[in-house]
Design a protein around this ligand. Structure first.
Ligand SMILES: [Zn+2]
Length: 84
């Protein structure tokens, strides 16, 4: 599980583009998002379940999401994990 900073990871609600040097920042923040996607992809290929929580999300809601995911994993048919 990752907790992504709203600014650094380009949160749709709070991600803002700095006015000065905006071209560089645009590139920088896009690179961050691309790296996040790449990281997720690699972890999933290794069989991890990736959950990203925004900095602005409440810990309670984040905990609910973790619980939902664990619940869904527990319900998967036996052996599904090895089908890949
Ligand atoms: Zn945010």
């Amino acid at each position: 599980m990752f907790v992504d900073g709203c600014f650094w990871h380009g949160c749709p609600e709070h991600g803002v583009m700095p006015r000065s040097n905006s071209e560089w920042w645009g590139w920088k923040l896009e690179m961050n998002r691309e790296r996040d996607r790449d990281t997720d992809q690699r972890l999933r290929e290794l069989g991890w379940t990736v959950l990203r929580v925004w900095e602005h999300e409440s810990p309670g809601l984040a905990a609910d999401r973790v619980e939902q995911i664990l619940d869904a994993l527990a319900r998967r048919p036996r052996g599904a994990r090895d089908d890949r």
